[in-house]
Write a protein that binds this ligand. Structure first.
Ligand code: MG
Ligand code: MG
Length: 269
């Protein structure tokens, strides 16, 4: 399948889906407490997506049974919500998506519950910043692999982390997962050019140990093979027709975080 290029009208619909995802994740961030089950978080997300006029793109995706993915500690991505109770000191990664009028949004964050190990906090900070560095590098006219290069360079500059290789970012639009696949590592200057109308989900996944993973018997949950803690941050962004980026799943469109990196966001959305 070819890369899908969206016009401004289509991007406005994508922003509605992205904003609903961003608002749902914000609600989950405010709601998450020790003693809660991951099922309870899933119910909050489902209700908020419904209230916002959207539908879940995760539920039923290759048979996935829930609205969000909740992955705790050595679980990195694709954890299935259930009766598991969230505890103080846990590191919880939540991934959420929604569809509005056929257009998709997809984003994720990791959070420490109460006081967490400072090394776990640093793991989250490094992963989140690498996502912003990746989005900043994926500017109009850049090459696709400039994103993964920026993500990997930043992570490696901060310490010794495992960067997952089997999973990465992706194009997004009228399907959640579109071409191109976006690696979180690699050399700069390769792959398709980043052009206006290209929307990408950027999602680094890193561990405090090795990058090797395995999938649990539920056929979904991806865990670190060495049992180390893993985290995941994701945002969907687009290059607007004016050549400036806009982060579809960030409530402020990425104004603050990209501004900090010297990049002005588009005011078209
Ligand atoms: Mg996601
Ligand atoms: Mg994604």
């Amino acid at each position: 399948m070819a890369i899908q290029i969206k016009n401004l009208e289509q991007l406005k619909l994508m922003r509605r889906a992205g904003l609903l995802v961003g608002q749902t994740l914000e609600l989950l961030r405010e709601s998450i407490k020790p003693g809660m089950t991951t099922d309870a978080l899933d119910a909050i997300a489902a209700a908020n997506i419904k209230r916002g006029g959207g539908t879940s793109n995760f539920k039923g995706y290759h048979g996935f049974p829930a609205t969000i993915c909740v992955s705790i500690n050595d679980e990195i991505v694709h954890g299935i919500p259930g009766p598991r109770v969230i505890k103080e000191g846990d590191v919880v990664s939540i991934d959420c998506g929604a569809i509005i009028e056929g257009w998709h949004g997809d984003a994720a964050f990791s959070i420490g519950i109460g006081p967490v190990n400072p090394e776990d906090q640093k793991l989250m900070d490094v992963c989140e910043e690498s996502m912003w560095r990746g989005i900043a590098a994926g500017k109009n006219g850049a090459k696709l692999s400039d994103i993964g290069y920026a993500i990997e360079q930043y992570i490696n500059s901060q310490g010794k982390y495992g960067i997952l290789q089997e999973y990465g970012g992706h194009g997004i639009g009228t399907e959640m997962h579109q071409e191109p696949h976006v690696l979180n590592f690699g050399r700069a200057g390769h792959g398709p050019q980043i052009v206006p109308g290209l929307a990408l989900a950027i999602e680094p996944m890193i561990t405090r140990g090795s990058a090797r993973t395995k999938v649990l018997a539920d056929n979904w949950t991806v865990v670190a093979k060495d049992g180390s803690r893993g985290v995941h941050f994701e945002n969907s962004y687009v290059i607007c027709p004016d050549g400036a980026p806009f982060v579809l799943t960030a409530i402020d469109g990425g104004r603050m975080e990209l501004g900090r990196l010297g990049i002005e966001i588009s005011d078209l959305l």
